[in-house]
Design a protein around this ligand. Structure first.
Ligand code: NAD
Ligand code: 6OD
Length: 486
């Protein structure tokens, strides 16, 4: 059986306790690895290694050399592409067609983009008058924040972890990563890459384990951690905020969503269907940006529902490597139970089930996996939990609207504020509506189209702060002012 160990101070180590937990393939339920389960000893060792690295070679390294190393990390991920791909797909069950276009290339790109950005960001300076007439010069310097705890989810494991590790290292910090217990593989593999390209020991550390009462919570409470960047559920964000409060630790949060898509009367229906197919069903609906609420102008409602139904029914479920597979399983049995509980709620509340609504009949080899059908409903009231709560599954509710103000009000009627997609060929309408959406990310005629130089994050209960581009520097670096009296 494969063993996945912690990566601390440049070495793979087992837990002092000897404890392990199982890593299962969600497509067939098989145990694919035993993962070392950390406790305070591994957390302390990793934080200490990260602190020592800050004061050592890494802390003294010239910026140019640091950036060259980060480019090498990206290149090496690409050279070992197939290994990362297999590791990610075995942990998540997602089709290779997706992971090879999204997860792994972005996992690599996240190192290059921030290396290139950070070396080109200026700081401000001000000349000031002084009573003696000689003046003074102020200039700001950007310093690394220190040891950053990176707490990552399971839905896009490498992409979302490196989205934080990339800028953290580019700014000169060191990291202790707590990957999701569901998907420990690629974070562990990245340790090999760090060693291969010569990233100094202690700069990148990984401790495996669980959240509350385990490694996640221990990291967020640790006195020698200087900042916490977290992606995951909104409720987990509230726990982390409490745990971090006594130490007044800076936080960067990318949280849950209940995102809307709006299809206006003059939408290009081919584009709206192609985009909504992805936003509702990609990654088996396990994308924080996904649209579980679709509002469609009444004049296009029947056409849209009919075409989305045909699209959902044409998705091909199966093993990640098989040709033509476009749809994988949910991450775990626990998550499958959660998603199916919403399928049941929708039925009990009298939804019209346009397609799906249950567990598909899979071939024998995959029957023990966490499969659910892509599902579309209509006819539920907006008060239904199916419409107000994040399900994080391959499902959406579609409701007709009659005018623009109604669509905006419906889309904004949620405590979340992550993303919206607008579908319209009317440029004036797009410009009028987009700024009214109470979200951090608004796409027009697209979904999950990412320029990594742009701010990324959620409004309302979908996040705190912005990562991406230069915006992440507000979290990953600290500005200090130097004032020189002339
Ligand atoms: P989760 O909150 O259950 O877990 C995320 C990570 O936090 C895991 O590593 C987990 O072990 C750890 N954790 C859990 N409790 C903790 C605690 N008390 N202290 C410290 N760490 C703890 O989320 P998940 O189920 O892995 O991911 C799905 C959720 O993530 C969804 O809500 C989704 O919307 C959200 N998400 C948001 C974004 C975004 O960019 N806004 C991106 C991806 C996923
Ligand atoms: O593209 C990104 O940078 C990003 N953070 C995507 C998040 C997807 C959520 O599941």
């Amino acid at each position: 059986m494969k063993q996945i160990k912690h990566f601390i101070n440049g070495e793979y180590v087992e837990s002092a306790s000897g404890r392990t937990f199982e890593d299962r393939n969600p497509a067939n339920g098989e145990v694919i690895a035993l993962v070392s389960e950390g406790d305070r000893r591994e957390v302390d060792a990793a934080v200490e290694a990260a602190n020592t690295a800050l004061r050592g070679e890494w802390g003294r390294m010239a910026m140019e050399q640091r950036m060259t190393l980060l480019h090498r990390v990206a290149d090496r991920i690409n050279e070992r592409f197939d290994e990362f791909l297999a590791a990610e797909c075995l942990d998540t069950g997602k089709p290779a067609s997706m992971a090879s276009h999204v997860d792994i290339p972005r996992g690599a790109a996240n190192f290059k983009i921030f290396a290139d950005l950070v070396r080109n960001v200026p700081t401000e300076s001000f000349h000031m008058d002084t009573p003696d007439g000689a003046g003074a010069l102020n200039y700001a310097v950007r310093k690394p924040r220190g040891v950053i705890a990176v707490i990552a989810p399971w839905n896009l494991p490498l992409l979302l972890m490196t989205w934080k590790v990339g800028p953290a290292l580019a700014c000169g910090n060191t990291v202790v990563v707590k990957p999701s217990e569901e998907t420990p593989h690629t974070a562990a593999l990245l340790g090999e890459v760090m060693n291969e390209v010569g990233v100094p020991k202690g700069v990148y550390n990984v401790v495996h384990g669980f959240g509350g009462g385990s490694v996640g919570e221990m990291l967020t409470q640790h006195d020698d951690v200087d900042g916490i960047t977290f992606t995951g559920e909104t409720v987990t964000g509230t726990h982390i905020m409490k745990a971090a409060a006594p130490g007044l630790k800076p936080l960067s949060f990318e949280l849950g969503g209940k995102n809307a898509g709006i299809v206006f009367a003059d939408a290009d229906m081919d584009k709206a269907i192609e985009g909504s197919m992805r936003s509702a069903f990609a990654n088996c609906g396990q994308v924080c940006l996904g649209t579980e609420r679709l509002y469609v102008h009444r004049s296009r409602f029947d056409e849209f529902v009919d075409r989305l139904k045909k699209g959902a029914e044409a998705l091909t479920m199966g093993w990640w490597q098989d040709d033509g597979v476009s749809f994988g399983p949910l991450i775990s049995r626990v998550h499958q139970d959660k998603v199916l509980s919403y399928y049941e709620k929708a039925r009990a509340e009298g939804a019209e089930i346009i397609t799906g609504g249950g567990v598909p009949d899979m071939p024998e080899a995959l029957r023990a996996g966490n499969w659910v059908q892509p599902t579309i409903w209509t006819g539920l009231p907006e008060t239904s939990p199916v419409i107000s709560e994040e399900i994080f599954g391959p499902c959406c509710h579609i409701r007709p609207f009659d005018d623009e103000d109604e669509a905006i009000a419906l889309a904004n009627d949620t405590p979340y504020g992550l993303a919206t997609s607008l579908w319209t060929e009317n440029l004036t309408q797009a410009h009028r509506v987009a700024p009214q959406m109470e979200v951090g990310l608004c796409w027009v005629n697209s979904w999950f189209l990412r320029d990594l130089r742009t701010p990324f994050g959620g409004s309302k209960r979908s996040g705190i702060g912005r990562e991406g581009g230069v915006h992440g520097l507000e979290f990953y670096a600290e500005l200090s002012n130097v004032c020189i009296k002339l």
